[in-house]
Design a protein around this ligand. Structure first.
Ligand code: NAD
Length: 339
């Protein structure tokens, strides 16, 4: 069986999950290299998983002649330069979202993808590969709800992770880019139209620390798309009950709801607290399967010489929309695009 020899940069909260999938769960992939600026993470994968090559310098890793592909899961501001360097070094590239933290660098990534048409580039909008979201898309294509015209979405991190979110706030790019970008991508995907106007608002209701970065701990946006359809998005950091990802898609003939109650599983615990349904704890648990399926697709695309459905242009578009929403939030104004 042919195995794609891959490296990974970034072994943090999500990188470790991607690394573990690549090392142990994808039969056609072999994780031969890892890069991080945190030595303890490299020591871990070398000692416990026997990863052959470890690097603190990304440029050194991508020039390892054995390497065929790289998974980028570093800090968001590093993505674009690492994408460009890897493609120019002759590697296939999977990058975590967001594509970049400025539009200029997203355009640089686009150019690099265009320079290397023989290479696979994939962006980690994993919700498209989550079985429930993929099924919802299939039902829409089968006509189950007619033409979708409203998306309502909530993406709220658990309050218990707030310290990490505050630490991450300086480099996250803000709530719309870091959190709502998934729902922005889903709105474009489900509605099949591009942004026409947006009004966003929000604030730091529980944690004033976010304000110092011009951010909020909860933000909302109302968007209208070129075909008249709408998206109503809520992104937050303060869900007391767990990791709350909920999407409703309203169409001319019906409605689809995904994840209305973010239940951990089908178990109900009956005890002194009543009838308790536990909730999913965070993104690694809720989207574990989606993270695996998207990378399986990346590896299959390389082996079968085809391109993934999520493109670099989806990355630029969603980043652009996230920034327009951020501007609306910061300046408290309706923004209407000239399209
Ligand atoms: N798709 C999703 O649901 C999802 C969820 C969480 C995070 N993310 C994205 O994944 C990325 C990583 O997030 P995280 O929470 O794992 O971050 P993290 O801070 O926990 O980890 C960052 C990792 O990148 C490494 N790193 C940073 N700069 C580097 C450089 N120049 N060279 C080598 N290594 C470098 C660090 O050493 C660390 O291992 C972010 O872009 C984030 O937006 C996506």
């Amino acid at each position: 069986m042919r195995k794609i020899k891959a490296g990974i940069v970034g072994l943090g909260r999500l990188g470790m999950k991607h690394a573990e999938d690549m090392a142990f769960r994808i039969p056609n992939a072999e994780l031969i290299a890892a890069c991080s600026i945190r030595k303890e993470e490299l020591d871990y994968v070398q000692t416990h998983w026997g990863i052959k090559h470890v690097y603190s310098d990304y440029s050194e890793m991508i020039h390892n002649p054995e390497l065929e592909a790289v998974i980028i899961c570093s800090t968001s501001s590093e993505h674009c330069s690492q994408i460009v360097a890897a493609l120019d070094a002759g590697l296939h590239v999977f990058s975590e979202k967001p594509l970049g933290v400025t539009i200029e660098e997203c355009k640089q990534a686009e150019k690099a993808v265009e320079r290397h048409p023989d290479k696979v580039f994939m962006l980690g909008f994993m919700r498209r590969y989550d079985p429930s979201y993929a099924y919802a898309k299939q039902k829409i294509e089968e006509g189950a709800i007619g033409k979708p015209y409203i998306i309502k979405a909530a993406s709220i991190d658990p309050e218990k992770n707030i310290e990490g979110c505050i630490k991450f706030a300086a480099t996250s790019g803000g709530m719309f880019l870091d959190m709502a970008v998934h729902d922005i991508d889903l709105a474009r995907w489900f509605l099949g139209s591009e942004l026409k106007s947006v009004y966003a608002a929000g604030g730091s209701y529980l944690h004033p620390e976010f304000s110092q970065f011009g951010d909020g701990d909860n933000v909302c946006a109302l968007m209208q798309f070129a075909d008249g359809s709408m998206a109503q998005l809520h992104a937050g950091r303060t869900a007391p009950h767990g990791y709350h990802i909920e999407t409703e898609i309203i169409g001319t003939k019906g409605t689809l709801k995904i994840g209305t109650v973010p239940q951990k599983n089908l178990v109900t615990i009956l005890n002194e607290h009543g009838a308790v349904k536990e909730c999913v704890s965070g993104f690694p648990e809720r989207f574990s399967e989606a993270y695996l399926i998207e990378k399986q697709e990346f590896i299959s695309c390389i082996l079968e010489n085809r391109k993934p459905a999520v493109t670099v242009y989806d990355g630029t578009k969603s980043t652009e929309i996230a920034y327009i929403a951020t501007e609306s939030f910061k300046e408290n104004k309706l923004i209407v695009l000239d399209i």
